[in-house]
Design a protein around this ligand. Sequence first.
Ligand code: 5GP
Length: 253
Amino acid sequence: MGPGRGAGITGQAEELYRGKAKRVLAGPDPKTVVLEFTDRATAGDGARTGLIRGKGEVNCRVSALAFEFLESRGLGTHFLSQEGPRRLLVRRLEIIPLECVVRNRAAGSLCRRLGLEEGTPLRWPVVELYYKSDPLHDPMVNRWHARALGWASPEEVEALEAAALEANRLLTDFFGAAGLVLVDFKLEFGRFERRLLVGDEVSPDTCRLWDRETGLRLDKDRFRLDLGGESEAYRQVLARLERAWGGGGGAGG
Ligand code: 5GP
């Protein structure tokens, strides 16, 4: 542990970066960082902010369960361990400045752009890339932009899209076991020791999750669309996933 580095994973640690909903803290060694999940929520590109009580703990635990599941099925992630209710110890990635969205049904920005009805099934999963830039509002780009501007090598773009589709297959089962339809989700990737790993989080903040029976939205759209009942929805997602996978089913089954 170098000077000024984390005084333990669960105690005070140097803040490296403060995001909209998470803090990134120095980890116990230079190859790790700690993600701290908060209850803060933003929508509409930061136009609306608020608190969703309990969200930090839910997103932390859901991410831990999802990452364990993906790892157990052979998809590499940055996850190392959960440390207390709101913190994950993760590998320190060299972040690729792309967000990768995978869609199984039309929702959100796809409906707005193409005039589709929410929930319209897609014949094939759709993979989209967005350039991570707050001042530019994360514009949609394609693999040609990513390669031409050097955000990722041609091989990395191939690998990233393939990994996103594999994640879609796996996460559809992961959430499906909890009675949840994975409508769409966003992943981020980074480099670690010549490997491409899934980073960031997998949670109701970054996935659209609809109840399979009722179609009820159990994700951040409750906040984005001001539907109410956010905390309950988030807690329900976690309770169902714990029932399905919390007993170690992720690693073994
Ligand atoms: P859309 O493009 O429809 O707004 O989002 C597609 C999917 O990616 C949704 O599941 C949404 O939650 C996720 N997503 C896309 N961009 C972001 C982002 O900047 N932050 C978060 N939390 N989720 C995002």
